[in-house]
Design a protein around this ligand. Structure first.
Ligand code: MG
Ligand code: MG
Length: 258
């Protein structure tokens, strides 16, 4: 069953989603060659708790950390670790919070030092595809319109869309109905109605769309070990224009001042 939110619930979702954006900005401050990814996790957890919330991923289906940190060929669900980021890496950081009973869930892919132009373009276009998907998240359209917008854009550059993982409804649960694939056909799937809250999160690969799971039981990586990018926003379906609850503004303010 799909659960449409009241305006009061949307305000709580907004609070949680904004906190995720602020947390990712704290992470952004630390991203540079030599930083251990476990350090990013520690800083994020402390920041979330200092802001009266709890990490949304920690303990979710047994996930052991606050952040999913996925470097280069790792697509999503990577573990923070003693691994040091190095010049030329890209790192996708996915963060969830629970505040007042509602989840926020947002992700951003960062460049570490000097990254190859080809990979910077993958990141840029993946983020653009997220906003194209959001443009389709309006009342009267269908779930397939979102996926179509993302897929047709990124495939025009020769990239591929991960099929095994998808976006989702968001509320008191991290993953609610409906599923929001990053691929699809126009006019197909569940009809979008006002006050549906969804997380849209394209995972776009430079090479093959095929992914595999690592032995840790969580980390998803590209089968050909080429890089993958991931951006995620929480969005309310409205008439005419979707409303974005999460934000990259805090993150990009940090990045622009680096
Ligand atoms: Mg996420
Ligand atoms: Mg998500």
């Amino acid at each position: 069953m799909i659960y449409y939110k009241t305006e009061e619930e949307i305000e709580l979702l907004r609070e949680s989603s904004l906190l995720v954006g602020k947390t990712l900005a704290e992470v952004a401050k630390l991203i540079e060659p030599g930083v251990k990814t476990i350090k990013l996790d520690q800083v994020a957890e402390e920041f979330i708790r200092d802001n009266g919330a709890v990490p949304g991923f920690k303990g979710y289906n047994g996930f052991p950390f606050t952040l999913c940190i996925s470097v280069n060929e790792n697509v999503v669900h990577g573990f923070p670790s003693e691994r040091e980021l190095k010049d030329g890496d890209i790192v996708s950081v996915d963060c969830g919070t629970i505040k007042n009973g509602f989840y926020g869930d947002s992700a951003y892919t960062f460049a570490v030092g000097e990254v190859k132009e080809e990979v910077l373009m993958l990141m840029k276009r993946t983020k653009e595809s997220l906003y194209l998907g959001i443009e389709s998240a309006v009342a009267g359209k269908r779930i397939g319109d979102i996926g179509y917008a993302i897929q047709s854009y990124v495939e025009s550059f020769g990239y591929s869309v991960v099929r095994d993982l998808v976006g989702h409804g968001l509320g008191r649960n991290l993953h609610e109905k409906p599923e929001v694939p990053n691929f699809g056909k126009r006019g197909r799937g569940t009809k979008l109605k006002e006050n549906l809250v969804i997380a849209i999160e394209p995972m776009i690969n430079l090479g093959t769309k095929r992914v595999v799971q690592e032995k840790d039981g969580w980390t998803i990586r590209t089968a050909d070990r080429q890089p993958s990018a991931h951006y995620e926003h929480d969005v309310v379906v409205r008439k005419g224009k979707a409303e974005i609850l999460s934000t990259f503004d805090y993150i990009e303010e940090v990045l622009n001042n680096k």
